[in-house]
Design a protein around this ligand. Sequence first.
Ligand code: SME
Length: 167
Amino acid sequence: MNSIEKKARYEKTLSSIEEMIDGEEDLTAVLSSVSCELYHAFDHWNWVGFYRRIDERTLKVGPYQGGHGCLTIDRDRGVCGACLREKSILLVKDVSKVKDHIACSSETKSEIVLPIIGNSGTVLAVFDLDSTEIGAFDETDQEYLSKVVAWIRPVYDRDPTRYAEGN
Ligand code: SME
């Protein structure tokens, strides 16, 4: 998929997501809808979803769409753990080159993870997207997926079940 096609696919998908979640305050409804719409928009993606932070060091899977996902990820492990620690977007062009990558599926070749950070600066969750192609994610994905994170963030921050203890 070239860059123009990718942008067009994102524009279409994000406009339907925006319309769908507009005014929705239920966090599970928002996270499920985002996972579903994005997962089905790109053929070369095999996992789209969230790791919710449940305490200082633990991420729990879901909602998500795709293949098997590890249920629990510690902050010291994997690309998701690094995203939590570093509070930054990470793009992995080839997961086989990252020794800390947690291989939930042997089909996954590349990934992008984005932190969802609340107003207090606390990481609330990690948004994880995996692809069956090497180097599937670039600045375009980062740009559009950051928009989605910006829509999710205020809903997440208002959710009473979110982790809100510290950074
Ligand atoms: N990519 C993650 C593991 C989660 S699964 O791929 C769904 C990681 O290495 O943190």
